[in-house]
Structures are given as structure tokens and as C-alpha cells.
Design a protein. Structure first.
Length: 490
């Protein structure tokens, strides 16, 4: 977007003649492009913009782009017959100054994006009761944030990199929050509880001056990313992270200001992470009372092990395993792999399901529709146990099938050096043509590759456990999952 300066978005008060207009004053230091965008609901009233430079007014229901040919201050006027139809308004990234904007007539607006400007204040949002997205990051908001108590549907709130010199805002009524980004300010006081925000997944509060004990996150079971380094936090509520089975990023390190957790608090954090994730443990704790650096890897098995070790962490050999499935429509999403994930041990296992309908053993294509293509997928690495159920869609039964299987297994072994790999025979089906021959080729490939071949001939009965003589019904999925679980370590 362009670089525009000075006043923008001064709404006209209801009751005056220009009831449906607001003005934009822009000062371009060089010829610049101004590209506001918006979205309106049916019957899609157009918003007309008089750019204030003598050019012809333009209108649109989605947005416009205008280039000011000469430097100087311009007054653009926005007019709409019905502002209640406005759903989205975006002037982010235009480097404009805004003085107390108001959206009082936009009662149905769901998204306001004013980020990356020079706004010093934001007007009342009380009328915007349907607001779900509010971006006011990278401005000059010093005194306070707008009152958000009426915006109970707010989900994504970003106000980072302002210069806020205030206490943490009250978000207790914003129960729909999923993401809160308030880092890079000067927010003081304690972090409030987010117990009412059960969908909270991202909470970025680093580089403030927050103090006291971290709130209890036990009820925020969807939390995946919590970063609060660079504050002055001193305490931890034991049990807070014990329910965070989805936690992928936890940063409590030292930037600008050191958090001051006691050794007991650090021990409690570590113990809770082992409980929730089952994949981290402390070997030699290098954490001190004045400088903490704690990193929790993703339960999805994508942890940077070097970083963990350098921070005094190691992978716990008793961690919950990452289980990977390669296959076709018999294994695709919501099939036996997911049942294994919820049924094995403590039901907090990581399942990587690479399967897709129509996939084959044969083929050198890098796509997901071949065994080799699935083996090379970005996430097809760092598994503990791998199960391959392919061959149903292959038409060849000769030695080329063995060669293709072995080539894909070699890739899996390289990318998953610690994994136990199981090659599963083709499941029973109504039409068994070629199944015996293909299973023999798969068994040979498994022997040559040094992996375990599993005879599945007794796992299901096609008439009872499939919906069409081939695809597994719910009972068949459960039977296969139970057989897989029996192969895993007790």
C-alpha cells in the first residue's frame, strides 16, 4: 500500500445532511497510491469515493485504487447509502494518521483492519457487536486501547508494536478469542485469566513489562503458541501447562527484560510439560533465576532437537509416539489411523496420515498419489512408527512392484531413521483378484528392506467390515485400528 500522511476517516455525525459520508484527509509527500478496500452485503450498495484532487468520483462494493499525481493534502469523501451493509473495512499499511475514528454506523461490520499506520487513538467500537477481527497493530496508540467489552464475538485481536503505557486490557467478556497479539508495547501489571476464552490458541505478550504470576491456562486446552519472554514475570501456577496437549511454542526467555522465575517454578513448568506433551525432560538445567529460556517442541514431532539440547532439554524416550500412515482411500482421513491416535496409550499421540484416495505403490511421481511421493512429503519425517497399507489400486503383480516398494521404503528410512516400519498386506475384499500375488511382492520388498511384513488376511471379513466390498465401514476401521495398536509397544 501507499505511504499517506495526516488525517483520515473523520465520520459525519448522524442527523446532518451529509449523513452518509465521511472524509479522508491525506497528505502524500510524493505521488502515492491510496487503495482502501471494503466489502458490503446484499443488496451490495456501492461506496463512492471523491478523491479530492479534481478527478472523477469512483464507486465500488469491494474497494478502489487511486494514484495522487502530485504531492500535497487531499480530502477524499466516502459516501454510502447504507453503512449497515459494511462488513469489512481495510486501510492497513497506508501510513495514515487517524484521529478518533468512529464506526458507529457500521453495526454489522465483522473486520476492521487499521494496522501499520500512525493512528494515535481509536474511537468507540461499541456499536460493532459483530466484530470478529480487529487489527490496530503498528500505530502510535500510547494512552489506551478501545473498550472491547461490547465486542463479544471478537476472535482475532492484534495491537502489537504500539507504545501503550497502560495496564493489560480487560478481555474477560471476549469469550470468542482465538488469537491475542499484544507484544512490543509497555503494558504493565499482571496477565489476566483467559479461562473464559476456551478457543484461545495464540497468545503473544512478549516485550512488555508484565509482572506477577502467569495466569492458570488449565482451561485453555487449545493453546498452541504462548510467548511471554521479555517481561518481569515471577511465578507459575502449578498445573497450568499440564493440559496443553497442543502446545507447539512456549517462549519464556530473556529479551530486553528477564523473567524472574524461581527454580521451583521452572521445575513445575517442566513437570507439567512432560505431563501434557510427554516429549520433554530436563537433563542438565542451565536455567537461572534471573534468565529463563524454555522451549517446548510441538507434539507433532517437528522439534528442533539441537535447540532443545542446547537449552538443557532432551527428547524423553518415554514420550508419546508419532505414528505415520501411508495409504489410499482405506486409510484416508477419519479412518483407522485416527482411531489408533485416540486408542493407543494415553490418547495424546501424534498421527501423520499421508493417505489419499487412489494412491498406488507404483509410480515415480512426486505427488501424494504414489508411495514414493507420500514418502517425500514435507511432514513425512521424524516418526516413531510407520504403517504402509498400499497396493489395492495397483494393477501390476510382477517384480516391478517389489522394486517400487523398496525404493519408497528407502526414502522413509532415511527421513525417519529411528522409526519402526511395518508393511501391511492388502486387506481382504470381495474381489481378491491379484491380492495374493501383490502381497507376496510386498512381503519380499519388506524382507529386502529389513522391515516388518504384516499378514492382514485375518483382520477383517469383507462382507461384514466393508461398505462396498472394499472400503472399510466403521466396524472395519475399528478392527484394523485394534490390530495396529496390538503391534505397538505396550
Amino acid at each position: 500500500m501507499s505511504r499517506l500522511l495526516n488525517q483520515l476517516f473523520v465520520p459525519v455525525i448522524a442527523g446532518k445532511k451529509a449523513d452518509n459520508s465521511f472524509h479522508v484527509h491525506t497528505t502524500s509527500v510524493t505521488p502515492a497510491t491510496f487503495d482502501p478496500s471494503w466489502n458490503v452485503a446484499s443488496p451490495y450498495p456501492a461506496i463512492t469515493v471523491d478523491w479530492g484532487d479534481g478527478s472523477a468520483p469512483e464507486n465500488s462494493s469491494t474497494g478502489l485504487t487511486h494514484t495522487y499525481a502530485a504531492a500535497g493534502t487531499k480530502k477524499a469523501t466516502f459516501t454510502c447509502a447504507d453503512w449497515t451493509k459494511l462488513n469489512i473495512f481495510d486501510i492497513g499499511g497506508d501510513d495514515c494518521s487517524l484521529d478518533s475514528p468512529s464506526f458507529n454506523r457500521a453495526v454489522n461490520i465483522t473486520s476492521i483492519k487499521l494496522g501499520n499506520n500512525n493512528f494515535s487513538s481509536i474511537g468507540s467500537l461499541d456499536a460493532c457487536t459483530k466484530l470478529a477481527t480487529l487489527f490496530i497493530y503498528q500505530n502510535n496508540l500510547i494512552v489506551s486501547l478501545p473498550d472491547l467489552s461490547k465486542n463479544v464475538l471478537l476472535s482475532d485481536f492484534r495491537a502489537y508494536w504500539n507504545t501503550l503505557l497502560s495496564v493489560f486490557p480487560d478481555l474477560s467478556l471476549n469469550t470468542a478469542l482465538s488469537a491475542v497479539q499484544l507484544y512490543g508495547n509497555a503494558l504493565a501489571g499482571t496477565i489476566p485469566s483467559f479461562a473464559n476464552s476456551s478457543n484461545l490458541s495464540t497468545l503473544l505478550l512478549y516485550s512488555n513489562v508484565l509482572t506477577g504470576t502467569m495466569p492458570d491456562f488449565a482451561l485453555n486446552t487449545k493453546l498452541t503458541n504462548f510467548q511471554a519472554h521479555g517481561n518481569l514475570l515471577t511465578g507459575y501456577t502449578t498445573g497450568s501447562f499440564a493440559t496443553q496437549k497442543s502446545l507447539a511454542t512456549l517462549s519464556l526467555g530473556t529479551q530486553a527484560l528477564p523473567n524472574q522465575f524461581t527454580r521451583a517454578a521452572v521445575d513445575a513448568i517442566l513437570a507439567d510439560l512432560v505431563t501434557s506433551l510427554g516429549i520433554v525432560d530436563r537433563v542438565t538445567c542451565t536455567v537461572t533465576a534471573s534468565g529463563n529460556s524454555i522451549s517446548a517442541p510441538s507434539a507433532a514431532g517437528e522439534a528442533d532437537r539441537t535447540t532443545l539440547i542446547s537449552a538443557g532439554w532432551t527428547m524423553n524416550t518415554n514420550r508419546y509416539p508419532a505414528i505415520m500412515a501411508f495409504g489410499d482411500s482405506l486409510s484416508q482421513t477419519s479412518s483407522w489411523p485416527e482411531l489408533v491416535g485416540t486408542g493407543y496409550k494415553s490418547a495424546v499421540n501424534t498421527i501423520y496420515n499421508m493417505a489419499i484416495g487412489g494412491a498406488t505403490i507404483m509410480g515415480a511421481s512426486p505427488s501424494q498419489y504414489t508411495m514414493l511421493g507420500q514418502a517425500n512429503l514435507p511432514k513425512a519425517k521424524d516418526a516413531d512408527h510407520i504403517f504402509v497399507l498400499l497396493g489395492t489400486n495397483d494393477t501390476v503383480t510382477d517384480a516391478t512392484l517389489t522394486a517400487a516398494y523398496e525404493a519408497a521404503i528407502a526414502v522413509m528410512q532415511t527421513r525417519n531413521p529411528d522409526a519402526t516400519i511395518y508393511g501391511l498386506g492388502i486387506l481382504n475384499r470381495t474381489v481378491m483378484t491379484g491380492v495374493v500375488e501383490k502381497n507376496a511382492r510386498i512381503a519380499t520388498a519388506c524382507t529386502n528392506a529389513g522391515i516388518t511384513y504384516v499378514d492382514t488376511s485375518g483382520w477383517i471379513v469383507a462382507a461384514d467390515d466393508t461398505s462396498d466390498g472394499l472400503h472399510l465401514n466403521e466396524g472395519g476401521k475399528t478392527k484394523v485400528a485394534n490390530e495396529i495398536i496390538a503391534l505397538l509397544p505396550a
